[in-house]
Ligand binder design. Structure first.
Ligand code: GCB
Length: 597
């Protein structure tokens, strides 16, 4: 009897913990901006290893020639450098198309501090990273766009530490993304690397958000990592006189719950509060906005009011130079272009962009759709791929869950409807809701059914997600003419909001002609105008994000002169020139903005 009661109580605790949106199964440390850290960015020695010989030869040992007769066929000490953060493809001409392994090495001294644990933190490495410190294995991470960390406390020495990371950017059937995708496979240590210094027991992660539909109840949790689990936890928001204490349980979890009056975050007023979370052994600060997001019938409701998402899709292609976005300045240019278009929303496609971009969107008042790279032909039959997808989703949500700007977690893009896919993505929807019960969950769906000029969403996942999102290229791919776009009508059988999450066509900047001549700016402008006419006729349309803000590199775009390995659907060229369609969309959004106010 006693045992049954105990099991019941344990179950009850687990259920309440999960429903509050916690238990992310990751050791990821979040909010690194406010932590004590040493930046390891800069020049790293590299060995290019197309045959993965370094695995067998154990390059991580960083061996040095011992005597004149000692044959050693690699030497980090005299090798070339690559910059970190940075993709390798755009740093050296001979690495442009390189898709295999590069070994990176960084040396540094470190003065140990009392009661301090140290973690090597990587913003992202595309695609698989294996890491060692001073010959000792740290671990492996798979997935090119999310952060990860390894504890190195016991592996550090005062002088001459060497951190070795092998990054492999090959593509494989079971990977996410899989073998085929329409963006450039930039490899390497693409985001910053730090040594994070934290106390023996530290605040690993925390969540603080308004409860769904409430404009005053804040709930969340704090997760401690270390021996001293049962600590007093304080949450302070000085601007609104909040100072609340809670207690962490034997697992180091504290549940947070309180009511307050605050200014809600919105695109017009992206209000962020300075928040301090303290345990007895650690404290962190953050800038957090509070807002509610939900759907009612076919409307998206932000802070209790319907909102139309005036969006644009963005790839993480660095503006003006190409390559992966490396700095906040890169991100700023992209987001300022979105603002110039009169956007209040960006679809960060097709993978989690760097944290600086999301934090900037938070400050600039741009709502965000955040996505994991499950693009088209994923191997939905593979358990390994499913575990990887769950991990990438967990890492994305873990990193960005305190950003008010993020309103939609997207699970996939254009995946064909099959039984294995339903099972796979069904589990992903469940996980997304467990990790975060406050946001909307969606995916860019399988293409709608088409009967002549009538389009109907027909994806069984529509039942499970909060909003319908359809990509659509009528008048570009397929046999229709752009003028046919206006004949299209949409049917919605779900009483849920619809977002047209993509439409677009290619145009080379500076290419001019009549609107029927493909690849010209005039064709693109005209195509956009037909799309606007169609969009205006969708009564349940809640937003759109045309494809795409800026031209981006893609090796499947072979057309000489026009493409030269760039997808030219950008409204801005790879050199920052605005095409005619940019101004057409800007005007369309200006009109919508005025109408909806
Ligand atoms: C799509 C994909 C996007 C492509 C785009 C295109 O439907 O979602 O990743 O880049 O079309 O340009 O064909």
């Amino acid at each position: 009897m006693k045992k049954a009661l105990l099991v019941y109580l344990i179950m009850l605790t687990i259920t309440s913990v999960v429903s509050a949106g916690i238990l992310p199964d990751t050791n990821l440390i979040t909010n690194i901006d406010s932590r004590s850290k040493i930046c390891l960015d800069g020049q790293w020695r590299i060995i290019i290893d197309p045959m993965n010989r370094g695995d067998r030869m154990k390059y991580y040992r960083n061996l040095k020639q011992k005597h004149k007769g000692h044959r050693l066929e690699y030497a980090f000490d005299t090798s070339d450098y690559l910059s970190v953060p940075g993709d390798w493809n755009t740093q050296r001409d001979d690495l442009f198309y390189y898709e295999s392994s590069i070994w990176y090495r960084k040396t540094f001294d470190y003065t140990k501090k009392p009661n301090t644990r140290v973690f090597a933190y990587f913003g992202a490495a595309n695609y698989i990273a294996d890491a060692w410190l001073n010959r000792k294995t740290l671990g492996r991470h798979e997935g090119g766009f999310t952060p990860f960390n390894f504890e190195v406390t016991d592996k550090l020495k005062d002088k001459g530490n060497y951190l070795v990371v092998k990054v492999n950017s090959e593509t494989k059937k079971d990977y996410i993304p899989t073998l085929d995708f329409d963006w450039f496979n930039y490899g390497g240590l693409t985001r910053s690397v730090y040594l994070l210094e934290v106390p023996g027991t530290f605040i690993q992660d925390f969540s603080l958000q308004l409860e769904k539909s409430s404009n005053k109840n804040i709930s969340g949790w704090v997760k401690l990592n270390g021996q001293q689990k049962e600590q007093k936890i304080t949450v302070e928001i000085p601007e609104i006189n909040i100072n609340k204490t809670f207690t962490a349980d034997a697992n180091g979890f504290a549940k947070i719950d309180f009511s307050t009056k605050l200014q809600l975050w919105s695109p017009e007023n992206p209000k962020l509060y300075s928040v301090k979370i303290s345990a007895e052994t650690d404290s962190v600060t953050d800038l957090i906005g509070f807002r509610t997001i939900e759907t009612k019938g076919t409307k998206i409701i932000l802070n209790g009011k319907p909102i139309f998402l005036r969006g644009i899709c963005i790839h993480e292609e660095a503006p003006l130079r190409g390559g992966r976005v490396r700095t906040e300045d890169d991100a700023k240019i992209l987001l300022e272009w979105a603002k110039e278009l009169n956007c209040n929303y960006v679809r960060l496609a097709h993978y989690p962009h760097n944290e600086a971009t999301v934090r900037l969107a938070d400050k600039m008042g741009l709502l965000v759709w955040s996505e994991i790279p499950l693009w088209q032909k994923i191997n939905f039959e593979s358990e390994v791929t499913l575990a990887n997808a769950k991990n990438q989703l967990t890492e994305m949500v873990t990193r960005d869950k305190n950003r008010a700007c993020v309103i939609i977690w997207s699970l996939a893009n254009e995946t064909d409807v099959t039984e294995p896919r339903m099972n796979f993505l069904g589990q992903m929807v469940t996980l997304a809701r467990e990790l975060d019960s406050t946001r909307l969950v969606s995916l860019a769906m399988h293409k709608p059914d088409r009967k002549k000029y009538t389009l109907t969403t027909n994806d069984p996942l529509a039942e499970r997600v909060d909003l319908l999102a359809q990509n659509q290229y009528i008048g570009w791919y397929g046999n229709d003419k752009p003028r046919d776009i206006e004949k299209i009508t949409w049917v919605n059988n779900y009483n849920k909001p619809l977002i047209v999450s993509e439409f677009g066509c290619g145009a080379r900047f500076g290419e001019r002609g009549d609107p029927n001549t493909i690849w010209t700016e005039d064709f693109q402008e005209q195509y956009y105008k037909h799309q606007f006419a169609m969009l205006k006729n969708i009564p349940f349309l809640a937003g759109t994000s045309p494809w795409i803000l800026q031209d981006f590199r893609s090796v499947r775009r072979h057309l000489p002169y026009i493409q030269n390995s760039w997808n030219r659907k950008g409204l801005v060229s790879d050199r920052g020139h605005r095409k005619k369609a940019f101004f057409a969309l800007q005007k369309f959004y200006e009109e919508i903005k005025n109408e909806k106010q």
